[in-house]
Structure formats: structure tokens, C-alpha cells
Design a protein around this ligand. Structure first.
Ligand code: HEC
Ligand code: HEC
Ligand code: HEC
Ligand code: HEC
Ligand code: HEC
Ligand code: HEC
Ligand code: HEC
Length: 421
């Protein structure tokens, strides 16, 4: 009997499991397809891929959730720091007569805006013949002070001889290229792009040469240069709109003072000696794992105001005698604040109205400057390395940059502060 019972039951066990199996298969397939269609819908096209496999998606992808930051970010010189060449991105003039730059007695450059693109032509003025013609492909610099131009030769980038200088609104010789030489074809090494773009896939050996994958360059210093490739963050939040806590993105709040400084020092601490390509660096990393400060600069006096705010700030009393000062103590990384004296004064006063170290300058003097703290304590200083030579016979004009050595300066230096550069 008991055997019979058992035998009767026996075939029902596989049927039971079969039913369970079919049911779970159904549930699995249902969720799989619905998940797939959901993620298909929310899939964001990557613009480029970092060596760590993470994808860049560009600031367009941040707009819907960070609308305010997105809007002001587009106005920053970071965002405008490089671009594809076009009639609006190239600031210099193409008007007849204004489109010339005389390099020396025998060579003159002509800048031409044509249907097929923008060109720099070098002419031998004695023989009246064209020596070279290069296309302007890439613009480096927002144009606040000036711009330099790069040209593709196959997959290699080269810097062109003629640049643009904003204070005189004229074409000029590129800083660093000797005037005497007609040097079309100076390799623009990885360096320009490292500090002036978000990402560029270098195809040279060890990532240190001047050849790039053109399809993987993100022009301008966009969100993801500071926040890292963000496709995962975007995909996650699009699929989880109820989640109010940030995922898959480094929080600046959790970073140490050094990490926060390093994120800016990557590009604002002068020329550095590479250990690894700079594009590998992501916010949160230790900068000295990627590059070391220029060992030729041994003295604070040798630190140039151009390109090196980091070392000058660190030498200032404000920095040395506070706990956690960094670049964001005065700068909003998402806004263009150039010339906004009131905003900067307020930052100074955040510390100088409470810690009892007030300005003790004669009040009649400080009133003359409308209490503009930076006019006297962070004056514009001529750069030692960045010169512009407007014409063959004209003097070299050093570019003036706001020093970050906050200090007490002789009154005479404050007369250089009114220029809007
Ligand atoms: C679908 C919505 C969504 C999109 C798109 C999105 N984010 Fe976010 N992000 C969030 C949410 C939600 C938070 C958490 C709340 C907050 O800080 O605003 C956040 C926070 C952040 C934070 C702060 C992290 C922290 O903890 O301090 C950064 C940085 C950030 N996002 C960068 C980006 C960037 C860059 C992009 C574009 C590439 C982007 N986000 C696109 C939803 C989004
Ligand atoms: C990828 C390199 C890079 C990083 C990282 C970077 N900067 Fe810059 N920064 C630049 C370049 C290049 C310019 C000049 C842009 C131009 O005018 O073409 C610039 C310009 C600026 C300016 C001048 C703005 C103006 O109105 O002209 C400020 C201020 C500044 N950066 C602050 C910061 C701070 C703060 C950080 C860190 C949170 C930072 N930068 C990170 C490269 C960088
Ligand atoms: C030059 C570097 C830089 C760029 C470019 C940049 N950020 Fe930031 N971002 C920072 C820093 C630094 C902080 C931390 C600010 C602080 O702690 O005061 C921050 C904070 C944030 C935060 C959290 C705090 C807040 O202000 O809401 C969000 C969200 C964010 N960034 C999104 C973006 C988006 C979106 C873009 C592009 C549209 C962008 N960032 C571009 C450097 C940058
Ligand atoms: C180590 C980072 C770094 C490298 C490398 C670099 N730059 Fe810059 N560049 C900066 C910073 C930072 C600024 C703006 C702030 C300053 O003057 O200190 C700047 C400013 C400029 C400006 C003026 C932009 C403006 O309108 O204010 C031009 C033009 C420029 N760079 C061109 C170049 C070219 C061309 C190369 C390559 C040959 C190059 N830079 C390499 C960091 C760099
Ligand atoms: C995070 C706080 C903080 C901020 C912001 C700040 N300072 Fe200071 N500053 C200090 C401290 C602390 C000292 C050292 C005070 C002392 O001598 O005991 C100092 C010292 C100074 C000194 C004296 C320098 C010397 O060598 O004797 C000047 C001048 C100065 N600050 C100007 C400024 C100006 C201008 C700004 C705005 C651009 C500013 N500070 C922003 C904290 C700050
Ligand atoms: C104590 C306040 C303060 C701190 C901290 C500070 N800055 Fe500035 N920075 C200023 C002021 C003020 C200006 C001038 C703005 C103007 O011209 O309107 C300025 C200008 C600049 C410029 C443009 C220089 C020029 O003349 O073109 C750059 C680039 C810059 N800062 C980068 C940085 C970086 C990077 C850090 C961190 C290492 C930093 N700043 C920290 C106050 C500060
Ligand atoms: C007209 C130029 C001028 C202006 C504007 C100015 N200062 Fe000064 N400041 C000076 C001079 C000069 C001294 C040194 C005075 C002395 O020791 O006799 C000084 C001294 C200081 C000191 C050092 C005080 C001490 O006890 O060591 C601080 C801090 C300071 N200023 C902050 C500021 C702040 C913040 C502002 C803006 C609200 C400002 N200054 C505006 C010229 C100026």
C-alpha cells in the first residue's frame, strides 16, 4: 500500500518542478525584457572612453538634473577653453587689412575664412609667393587673453605660428615660437590638450606623443574633467529618479584639503614633469602619483603668475594660517566671476571680519579703491613666460595675470590693477 502510494506520487514530483520551472522562466523573461526596454530607453551614448573603461557623456547629459549649474557652466572660460575652429570660435579678424601678421622682413601671414574652413597662409613678400597653407582645426584658449590654433596632419596635431591677442585685438606671434623662425609644424604635444580639454584619446606610445583618436576628443573643460566620466551616474539616476543621494560620482565633500587642491593643481600648478599621462588623473587621486612639480623652480620668485596659482596661494599667509583653504574658498567652479569685485571682497571678509585681522591701511586710500581688497593685495603681475609680440618692431608685451600671493604690496604695484585682463 505504502509502496503504491509512493509510486502514485512519484510522477507528480517532476511535473511540480516543471511547473515551477516554467513559471520562473516566465517571470525571468518578463523582467528581462522589461528591464532591457527600460535600459534601452535610458541608454546614453558615450562620447569617449577613459582607460579605466568608464564612459564620458558630456554636459548635455547633466542638464535635466543639474539645470542651474549647467547653465552657468557654459559661460565659464573652462567650458570655452578649446573648441573646433569656426567663424565664431576664432576671435581674430578676417577683414581685408586686419587679417595680416608680418613676421619679419620677408614673411607675412594671411588669415582666410573660406567655405572649406579657416586657413593661415605664409607668404614671401619679396617674391610674392605662397610658402605654406595650414588649416586652423582646433582653437585653444577662450580668448579672454588670447587664443592659439592647432592643425591636423593626419592624426597628428601641430601648433600654428600665428595666435590672437585680445587686449590689442590683433594677430600675433604664438608665445614660445621664435619670431625669426618660420616654424609651421611645431608638434603640439599632449600638453595643450591635457589642460585645455576634458579628454583626448592619445594614440601615441605611452600616451605621450601628439597623435590622437579624433573621434574621442571632448573639447572645453567640461563637467567630467572635474567630476570624472559620469555615464554610470547618469544612467543610475535616470533609472532611479526617486534616489536623492548621489551615486557613482565622487563627492567633493568627502575629499581632503589636498585632494581638493590637487583637482585644480592638475592644470594650475605650472609645467609639471609627467610620471603618467595627465588624462589618467581623476578627482580624488593624488597628483604626485601622476606628475611632479617643475624641479627648475626652486624659489617662490621663480614661480610664474601664469599657470601657477597653486604654489603662490600656498605661500600666502591666508593659506598657511587657516585649516582648510582651497581654490573654492574664493572661486565658484561653476560660474564665471571675472571682474565681480563684490563677490571676491565678500570672500575676503568671510575671514577678515571675524578673525580680528582687519585691513589697517589708511582708510582714505582704501576708499579710493572702493575697498577693492584684491586691487591692493592680489595685484595684476606681468607674466615672466607669456609674452606677446604684436609686430616685428614692437616691444614684447607681457601678459598680466592676477597673482595668488596674497600679500602687502607697495602702493605702486596697485596702479596695474585697473586693466581688465
Ligand atoms: C537623472 C538625474 C541626473 C543626471 C542626468 C545627472 N545627475 Fe548628478 N546627481 C543627481 C542626483 C539626484 C544627485 C544627488 C543630489 C544632488 O547633489 O543634487 C546628483 C549629484 C551629483 C554630484 C554631487 C555629488 C556629491 O555627493 O557631492 C555631482 C558632482 C554630479 N551629480 C555630477 C553630475 C554630472 C557631471 C552629470 C552629467 C554628466 C550629472 N551629474 C547628471 C542626478 C543626476
Ligand atoms: C583640465 C585643466 C584644468 C583644471 C582641472 C582646472 N582648470 Fe581652471 N583653468 C584651466 C584653463 C586652461 C583655464 C584658462 C581658460 C581659458 O581662458 O581658455 C582656466 C581658467 C580658470 C580660471 C579663470 C576664470 C576666468 O574667468 O577666466 C579660474 C578662476 C580657474 N580656472 C579656477 C579653477 C579651479 C578652482 C579649479 C578646480 C576646482 C580648476 N580651475 C581646475 C584649466 C583647468
Ligand atoms: C573646474 C572643475 C569643475 C567643473 C568644470 C564642474 N564642477 Fe561641479 N564641482 C566642482 C567642485 C570643486 C565642487 C565642490 C564645490 C564645493 O565644495 O564648494 C563641485 C560640486 C558639484 C556639485 C555638488 C554641489 C553643488 O554645487 O550642487 C554638483 C551637483 C556638480 N558639481 C555638478 C557639476 C556639473 C553638472 C557640471 C557641468 C555642467 C560641473 N559640476 C562642472 C568642480 C567642477
Ligand atoms: C599645465 C597646464 C597647461 C598647459 C600644458 C597649457 N596651458 Fe594654456 N593655460 C593654462 C591655464 C591654467 C591658463 C589660464 C590661467 C593663467 O594664465 O594662469 C591658460 C591660458 C592659455 C591661453 C589664454 C587663454 C585666455 O584667453 O585667457 C592660451 C591661448 C593658452 N593657454 C594656450 C595654450 C597652448 C597653445 C598650449 C600648448 C602649447 C597650452 N596653453 C598649454 C594651462 C595650461
Ligand atoms: C579662509 C580664511 C581667509 C580668507 C578667505 C582670506 N584670508 Fe587673508 N588671511 C587669513 C589669515 C588667517 C591670515 C593671517 C592673519 C595673521 O596675520 O594672523 C591672513 C592674512 C592676510 C593678509 C596679511 C598678509 C601678510 O603677509 O601680512 C592680507 C593682506 C590678507 N590676508 C588679505 C586677504 C584678501 C585680500 C583676501 C581675499 C582675496 C583674503 N585675505 C582672504 C585668512 C583668510
Ligand atoms: C583668497 C581668494 C582666492 C583663492 C583662495 C584663490 N583665488 Fe583665484 N582668484 C582670486 C581673485 C580675487 C581673482 C581675480 C578675479 C578677477 O580678476 O576678477 C582670481 C583669479 C584667478 C584666475 C585668473 C587669473 C587671471 O588673471 O587671468 C585663475 C586662473 C585662478 N584665480 C585660479 C585659482 C586656483 C587654481 C586657485 C587654487 C589653487 C585659486 N585661484 C584660489 C581669488 C582667489
Ligand atoms: C588701497 C589699498 C588697499 C585696499 C583697497 C585694501 N588694503 Fe588691506 N592693506 C593695505 C596695506 C598697504 C596694508 C599694510 C598697512 C600697514 O601695515 O601699514 C594692508 C594690510 C592688510 C591686512 C594685514 C593687517 C595686519 O594687521 O597685519 C589685511 C588682513 C588686509 N589688509 C586685508 C584687506 C581686506 C580684506 C581688504 C578689502 C576689504 C583690504 N585689505 C583692502 C592696502 C589695502
Amino acid at each position: 500500500m505504502s509502496q503504491n502510494k509512493f509510486r502514485n506520487r512519484f510522477p507528480s514530483i517532476p511535473i511540480f518542478f516543471l511547473l515551477i520551472f516554467i513559471l520562473s522562466l516566465g517571470i525571468y523573461l518578463y523582467f528581462r525584457t522589461s528591464l532591457l526596454s527600460k535600459s534601452n530607453y535610458q541608454e546614453i551614448k558615450p562620447l569617449a572612453t577613459h582607460s579605466n573603461g568608464q564612459n564620458y557623456v558630456g554636459s548635455e547629459a547633466c542638464k535635466e538634473c543639474h539645470a542651474d549649474i549647467y547653465k552657468t557652466h557654459l559661460e565659464t572660460t573652462h567650458y570655452q577653453s578649446s573648441s573646433l575652429a569656426g567663424p565664431t570660435s576664432v576671435k581674430g579678424s578676417f577683414k581685408e587689412g586686419k587679417n595680416l601678421y608680418r613676421l619679419n622682413d620677408s614673411i607675412q601671414f594671411k588669415m582666410l575664412l573660406e567655405d572649406s574652413g579657416i586657413y593661415q597662409e605664409a607668404w614671401n613678400t619679396n617674391a610674392q609667393e605662397k610658402i605654406s597653407r595650414s588649416k586652423i582645426d582646433v582653437v585653444i584658449g577662450s580668448g579672454t587673453k588670447g587664443q592659439s590654433y592647432l592643425s591636423w596632419d593626419d592624426d597628428k596635431l601641430y601648433q600654428l605660428q600665428v595666435s590672437y591677442f585680445n587686449p590689442t585685438d590683433s594677430w600675433t606671434n604664438s608665445p614660445g615660437i621664435p619670431m625669426e623662425l618660420m616654424e609651421q609644424g611645431r608638434p603640439a604635444n599632449a600638453k595643450c590638450l591635457e589642460c585645455h580639454t576634458t579628454f583626448a584619446k592619445n594614440t601615441a606610445l605611452y600616451g605621450m606623443g601628439n597623435s590622437y583618436d579624433k573621434s574621442q576628443i571632448i573639447y572645453g573643460i567640461d563637467c567630467e574633467r572635474c567630476h570624472g566620466p559620469s555615464r554610470k551616474h547618469v544612467t543610475f539616476h535616470k533609472n532611479n529618479p526617486e534616489m536623492s543621494e548621489a551615486r557613482f560620482v565622487v563627492s567633493h565633500d568627502t575629499l581632503s584639503q589636498l585632494q581638493r587642491l590637487d583637482a585644480c593643481a592638475l592644470c594650475h600648478s605650472g609645467v609639471r614633469m609627467d610620471i603618467q599621462p595627465a588624462f589618467l588623473f581623476l578627482t580624488g587621486d593624488k597628483l604626485t602619483d601622476y606628475s611632479l612639480p617643475d624641479s627648475n623652480v626652486k624659489d617662490l620668485k621663480e614661480v610664474d603668475v601664469h599657470g601657477n596659482q597653486y604654489d603662490l596661494l600656498r605661500a600666502s599667509k591666508c593659506f598657511k594660517e587657516t585649516e582648510r583653504m582651497d581654490c573654492t574658498s574664493c572661486h565658484n567652479p561653476h560660474k564665471s566671476e571675472r571682474g565681480n569685485v563684490l563677490s571676491f571682497n565678500k570672500k575676503c571678509m568671510e575671514c577678515h571680519s571675524m578673525n580680528s585681522v582687519f585691513c589697517n591701511v589708511d582708510s582714505s586710500l582704501s576708499n579710493q579703491k572702493n575697498t577693492n581688497c584684491i586691487a591692493c593685495h592680489m595685484p595684476l603681475v606681468p607674466s615672466k613666460s607669456m609674452f606677446m609680440q604684436i609686430g616685428q618692431d614692437s616691444l614684447k608685451v607681457p601678459v598680466k595675470v592676477r597673482t595668488h600671493l596674497i600679500d602687502i604690496y607697495a602702493q605702486s604695484s596697485s596702479e596695474t590693477t585697473d586693466a581688465k585682463m
